[in-house]
Design a protein. Structure first.
Length: 119
């Protein structure tokens, strides 16, 4: 029998706790961290934001969460799967890539482990 895969979820909609990703990553051994930002209310919020601010069609809270946990996820080999890109997956991918650059050498030395892909 294969080893179990431990999956933790940190979001079900745009208004979930900002601390949830950190709580999941620090709360025990996990293999995958997931987040869902495509609830109907979230899509409405993202659409309204994008009208007022072009490039605002993704869940910026996800980027903040990744800034908090990206280093630990890389250290522990935790995969992150999310649809936080919403209406602007390319913008979200770029923001997460910038966050990785800002985190410095730790994330840069693990670049081969880091893949940010929209879609």
């Amino acid at each position: 029998m294969a080893d179990p895969i431990r999956i933790a979820n940190c979001s079900g909609f745009f208004g979930d706790r900002l601390s949830a990703a950190k709580e999941m990553v620090e709360g025990g051994r996990i293999d995958v961290l997931t987040g869902d930002w495509l609830a109907e209310l979230t899509m409405l919020i993202l659409a309204r934001t994008r009208v007022k601010h072009p490039g605002g069609g993704y869940a910026r809270t996800f980027v903040t969460q990744m800034e908090q946990v990206m280093g630990t996820c890389l250290d522990r080999g935790i995969k992150v799967v999310s649809n936080a890109g919403g209406l602007d997956p390319d913008g979200c991918a770029e923001a997460v890539a910038r966050a990785a650059q800002n985190l410095g050498p730790m994330c840069q030395s693990n670049r081969s482990k880091t893949a940010v892909t929209p879609g």
